[in-house]
Design a protein around this ligand. Structure first.
Ligand code: GDP
Length: 301
């Protein structure tokens, strides 16, 4: 059940929020409750803008409306769900970018599995030609997901690996090409330029590609995720974000910080290390999974 994954993955965040609010107790003054909500959101790494925004939304509402107002404010920030984009015909190409360790390779594996479940055959472009170990890691995931892998030679231009993978997908009629790129720092211009080149190469290999350029960010890095996203935005035309490791810490609010800071939809969420622990982002399920149990909390008089 996907809902169970949401609840389990965001358990620590929900508990952290609830613990701070329960500390307030019944009969507390309204200001006290509002302070606690704001602090709780900061603890969960929502960032100052989001925490302040939710507080202001609650201030305008009657105390009894608090749970409802909280839900609405959080949903507004989380933004509408936007599905991943598929090509109308021919192969679909999704490129995954991000800093080292963000979870790109793992996400490529999970996406390959997801696509397999949809009956689409997958070609993975192992475009990280800097580290042989990275390619080996993708190969393990590819095998589990029954995907074909196109590897580059050491130091081969990553753009040409992506190009080859798309050619291969066209030749065999595959449904999806996943391009796993090398991790790079968001402030290293040379590497960012290389990424721009790779994205353009996919468009030359296939008209309309890429259909997604997904920035993978580690949700546990909180505010740093925002800086990363801003760096990458200049290098490639990002179409969405995948926030990973929301299960890792009580920092599940970082998703909102990223969403608020960038005008990019969150499309995917990583809720664990397993191959099935990737879910399409659903604002409703996300907000419900972290919402504290208001019945235990004083709503302020
Ligand atoms: P890459 O360098 O961006 O390709 O990152 P990797 O895919 O190698 O992932 C780095 C580490 O993060 C690995 O240990 C993964 O198992 C772990 N990881 C990736 N996604 C998730 C997630 O959603 N939850 C958790 N808990 N760990 C994850």
């Amino acid at each position: 059940m996907i809902w169970d994954r949401w609840r389990k993955g965001l358990e620590r965040t929900r508990e952290a929020l609830g613990a701070r609010l329960r500390g307030v107790g019944r009969g507390a003054q309204r200001e006290e409750v509002l302070d606690a909500v704001e602090e709780a959101l900061l603890t969960a790494d929502c960032g100052l803008t989001v925490a302040g925004g939710v507080r202001r939304a609650l201030e305008r509402r009657a105390p009894d409306d608090m749970p409802q107002a909280f839900q609405e404010a959080m949903l507004r920030i989380a933004g509408p769900a936007e599905p991943l984009r598929w090509a109308e015909e021919g192969p679909t190409v999704w490129v995954l970018v991000g800093v080292n360790g963000a979870g790109k390779t793992t996400t490529v594996g999970k996406l390959a599995m997801m696509a397999k479940g949809l009956g689409r055959s997958v070609v993975i472009a192992a475009a990280d030609t800097y580290r042989a170990a990275a390619t080996d890691q993708v190969a393990v995931w590819a095998e589990r997901a029954g995907a074909e892998i196109v590897r580059g030679a050491e130091r081969q231009d990553p753009a040409s690996v992506a190009f080859q993978a798309i050619e291969r997908a066209k030749a065999k009629g595959a449904g999806l090409v996943l391009v796993d790129t090398a991790g790079r720092l968001h402030n290293r211009q040379g590497l960012l330029d290389e990424l721009g080149k790779l994205v353009r190469a996919t468009g030359r290999a296939l008209y309309g590609a890429p259909h997604e350029v997904l920035l993978v960010v580690d949700g546990a890095t909180g505010q740093n995720a925002v800086a990363q996203a801003q760096g990458f935005m200049g290098a490639a035309p990002l179409t969405g974000v995948c926030v990973t490791k929301l299960d890792g810490a009580a920092k599940g609010g970082s998703l909102l910080a990223v969403r608020e800071a960038l005008s990019l939809p969150v499309k995917l969420v990583g809720l664990g290390e397993g191959i099935e622990d990737l879910v399409a982002f659903s604002p409703e399920e996300y907000v419900q999974a972290i919402a504290p149990n208001w019945a235990e909390i004083g709503s302020g008089s």
